[in-house]
Design a binder for this molecule. Structure first.
Ligand code: IMP
Length: 177
């Protein structure tokens, strides 16, 4: 068990399972994009570990860039999105795969889907390590690729944070009820 901000978290997804999940998603993407060179957009900060593991597990070529939005404070979403680091590359006519850590309400991916679609990519798909379908508010935020569905509890580790902490935990922990 680990404790942050007085909250207790119990083990949820082990290192081994994370590795298997990453390889499975990478294999799916490599098969779907065989012969193409997709451009991956890493959603900072949370997706950084999933992103670097994922792209190194691909068997196809790719290019990468980074974006950072913010919408969360503590364990609850504020619903408002700020583009803290905007996209710095031209994605017109490219095959784009956005890499996220977790989809919860879907507000973030819904925003991104519209924002990036307006830049006229050749194709646009979303890949998320985790997916919490219980609170999904936008059907278009359902990621085409995801590692694992999880129940509604707040999770930390492997990039996922609680007020900036716990990102460097190598395993994923979930809030003890
Ligand atoms: P959404 O817009 O509600 O889908 O939330 C997306 C973002 O909220 C993710 O990229 C995370 O940064 C954050 N988030 C959602 N659920 C969790 C969680 O359980 N732990 C840590 N961060 C979370």
């Amino acid at each position: 068990m680990v404790t942050y901000n007085g909250l207790n978290f119990e083990p949820c997804i082990t290192r081994d399972e994370i590795q298997q999940i990453v390889q499975r998603v990478a294999d799916q993407i490599s098969a779907d994009y065989a012969g193409r060179t997709p451009h991956f957009i890493c959603m900072l900060n949370g997706a950084v570990f999933f992103f670097t593991d994922l792209i190194r597990a691909l068997s196809i070529d790719c290019t990468i860039s980074f974006m950072r939005l913010s919408s969360y404070e503590g364990t609850e979403t504020t619903g408002k999105i700020k583009e803290v680091i905007p996209l710095q590359v031209d994605i017109r006519d490219r095959d784009i795969i956005v890499v996220e850590d977790i989809v919860d309400t879907g507000v973030t991916l819904h925003y991104l889907r519209e924002r990036l679609q307006a830049m006229q990519p050749r194709s646009l798909r979303m890949a998320s390590l985790l997916f919490k379908p219980a609170k999904l508010q936008h059907e278009d935020a359902r990621p085409e690729y995801y590692g694992r569905e999880i129940p509604e509890a707040f999770v930390i580790g492997y990039g996922l944070d609680l007020d900036g902490m716990a990102r460097n935990l190598p395993e994923i922990y979930s809030l003890k009820q």
